[in-house]
Write a protein that binds this ligand. Structure first.
Ligand code: XMP
Length: 326
């Protein structure tokens, strides 16, 4: 039997009861596969790896070793949230690595989008590999592979996702949600007791804010982007758009314009709002954000974020524009 093929008879998991049943079966399967050995998991904080972590904690507890690599390109509060949920609430065996300086120094002066992606992906593997080598007797590697990943590639997570396996690391894979679609992963996550904001989150690219801090990344512009993005998310949460819009974020280009603040010349970067709806990310339409909300966001970002002096709205559907700017 091809274990990478979803059986035609497999019902779509939609209810808590169905999720509980799935969890029960997977817990048994994982225990059978792993025995008393240890399992390593790269926990990014995204939906898939978080659900796999919660499932494995339930199945094998402290035999799971989660590694969270903060590449310095996370959104505001994300790494803190991973630590809070997994270490403090679920009592996971979690290794936290702040690799911000390593990533940002490798990225210094690099302005080509694909080069930036490559550096981020490679450095992630190097950091993860270094950590894995420090640990003894790990036999298994868990991955948050989901069914679309199998359909789109050949079993490994899609090309541009960080967390790809170092070739020479010979682990057996544990992939408990590999036959599930995204909506099913979310239902399972909720049934496992993960917080809604973790399970219902919008997609976030592996290279993170790295592809939204356009051109060569600098720490001050990255900081401004992170703060502006946090304001956008906060305001979308408050007005209900967060639940409605598929993906929304800020991009900050690497040029400045002239402005005026406190009666003085104030040169700053523009913050570009992008809010799109899509089914499969191949095409996308624009969410029509009400003007009063746009004014509020503009007001807050220009007043609260050091270095930003204008807010712009991207009205371009995909095609012609891709969802991300880089
Ligand atoms: P584009 O920009 O190609 O984005 O219209 C489509 C979807 O893919 C996400 N995206 C990425 N995800 N690594 C990822 O894991 C990447 O390098 C990457 N680039 C784009 C993007 O956020 C959108 O959801």
């Amino acid at each position: 039997m091809d274990t990478n093929k979803r059986p035609d008879t497999m019902a779509r998991i939609q209810t808590k009861e169905q999720a509980d049943e799935f969890i029960k079966i997977q817990v048994e399967e994982v225990r059978k596969q792993v025995g008393d050995k240890k399992v390593l998991l790269a926990l990014s904080g995204g939906v898939d790896s978080s659900v796999v972590a919660a499932l494995l904690i339930k199945a094998i507890g402290k035999q799971l070793v989660c590694v969270h690599v903060n590449h310095g390109l996370m959104r505001k509060g994300e790494s803190e949230n991973v630590i809070e949920v997994f270490k403090n609430q679920l009592d996971a065996n979690l290794i936290y690595i702040d690799a911000t300086d390593r990533f940002l120094s490798k990225l210094e002066g690099v302005y080509e989008p694909e080069k930036k992606r490559k550096i981020i992906g490679n450095e992630f593997i190097v950091v993860f590999d270094e950590e894995a080598r420090k640990l003894d007797d790990i036999d298994f590697l868990a991955q948050g592979t989901i069914y679309p990943d199998i359909l789109e590639s050949d079993g490994v997570k899609a090309h541009h996702n960080v967390g790809g396996l170092p070739e020479e690391m010979k682990f057996e894979l544990v992939e408990p949600v590999k036959l599930l679609y995204k909506d099913e992963v979310r239902v399972v996550g909720k049934a496992l007791g993960l917080p809604e904001e973790m399970v219902d989150r919008q997609p976030f690219p592996g290279p993170g804010l790295g592809v939204r801090c356009l051109g060569a990344i600098t720490r001050d512009r990255l900081h401004a982007l992170r703060e502006a993005d946090a304001i956008l998310r906060e305001e979308f949460d408050k007005c209900g758009l967060a639940k409605k819009v598929w993906q929304y974020f800020i991009a900050v280009p690497d040029f400045k314009s002239v402005g005026v603040k406190d009666d003085k010349r104030y040169e700053g970067w523009p913050a570009i709002i992008r809010a799109v709806n899509t089914k499969d990310a191949m095409t996308a339409t624009i969410e029509e954000i009400p003007y009063d909300i746009l004014h509020k966001i503009t007001n807050r970002i220009t007043n609260e974020v050091e270095g930003i002096n204008r807010v712009l709205l991207d009205l371009t559907p995909k095609p012609v524009g891709t969802i991300e700017w880089e």
